[in-house]
Design a protein around this ligand. Structure first.
Ligand code: A3P
Length: 304
């Protein structure tokens, strides 16, 4: 049974506030942790493409761009199913009879495009062994935090964020699903020169989508006419994706994602953090950030 088929059913409490449990020091939903052996032993294939990111970094956007590229800009084909059914989210486990990402991925014929939020050290080793291509998308910490806060308010499958003040601390401490933002972006940054990883930034995509889509095309060894490229840019823009039910998560029951609390396609803008951080919170955040990111060559833009 798919999540949409659950729409008319009254969801049991266990489908909503999922408990959490750590694996290797990283907070995951309990059901994902309980499934960990199966996830760790997932069999990647050489022609898999994996889209990896920290939560709220622009994953869905990247997924849509990739699907549009793979389907030569055919909008109908890209609307064949919801994002999460087109490109399985490998570690996302759900109670039966719902489809877990792993089941969807295992059933899918090649070539597959998959999604993960796992930190680099937790990626199933078969991805390295098979040398599958990986696109990693990163977004600055402050905008990720704001986006994650609102997402946690509207999504009943992730822990309640508490108040804004509480959430800022929870995020800094990495006590959120998929762990510390700082370790995540740094870990994947360090891996990028040893594997087939294209490391992208949300802010760059927003600044010049054409340039960034061209990077993805090159990485995927695909060519595209100017006309198709323009179609991809248009159909993956925030305003168009916000209206696309196959990409905006509105087909899920409101008992799972309540878009009236905060839409999944919320603002889509770098720099929104300025509307939330107080001056004191920002100063403290920056101090803590310097410590956590010290020694890394990775830099972010917090506005464009
Ligand atoms: P905001 O909450 O800041 O609006 P993910 O897909 O990784 O969960 O990330 C979701 C974030 O990406 C949300 O950020 C969402 O609005 C933004 N997003 C989704 N599609 C986008 C697009 N086409 N252009 C810009 N931002 C997009």
């Amino acid at each position: 049974m798919s999540l949409e088929e659950m729409k008319d059913l009254k969801l049991d409490e266990k489908y909503r506030q999922l408990e959490t449990k750590e694996v290797k020091g990283i907070l995951l939903t309990k059901i994902t942790s309980d499934n960990w052996d199966k996830i760790w032993n997932f069999q990647a294939r050489p022609d898999d493409l994996l889209i990896a990111s920290y939560a709220k970094a622009g994953t869905t956007w990247t997924q849509e761009i990739v699907d549009m590229i793979q389907n030569d800009g055919d909008v109908q084909k890209c609307q064949r199913a919801n994002t999460y059914d087109r490109q399985p989210f490998i570690e996302w486990s759900l109670p039966p009879p719902l489809n877990s990402g792993l089941d969807l991925a295992n059933k899918m014929p090649s070539p597959r495009t998959l999604k993960t939020h796992l930190p680099v050290h937790m990626l199933p080793p078969s991805f390295w062994k098979e040398n599958s291509k990986i696109i990693y998308v990163a977004r600055n910490a402050k905008d990720c935090l704001v986006s994650y806060y609102h997402f946690s308010r509207m999504n009943k499958m992730v822990p309640d964020p508490g108040t804004w003040e509480e959430y800022v601390e929870t995020f800094k401490a990495g006590k959120v699903l998929w762990g510390s933002w700082y370790d995540h972006v740094k870990g994947w940054w360090e891996a990028k020169d040893q594997h087939r990883i294209l490391y992208l930034f949300y802010e760059d995509m927003k600044e010049d989508p054409k340039r960034e889509i061209q990077k993805i095309l090159k990485f995927l060894e695909k060519d595209s006419s100017e006309e198709v490229l323009n179609k991809i840019i248009y159909n993956t823009s925030f305003d168009v994706m916000k209206q696309n039910p196959m990409a905006n998560y509105t087909t899920l029951p409101s008992s799972i994602m309540d878009h009236s609390i905060s839409p999944f396609m919320r603002k889509g803008m770098p720099g929104d953090w300025k509307n939330y951080f107080t001056v004191a919170q920002n100063e403290e955040f920056d101090r803590d950030y310097q410590k956590k990111m010290a020694g890394s060559t990775l830099t972010f833009r917090t506005e464009i």
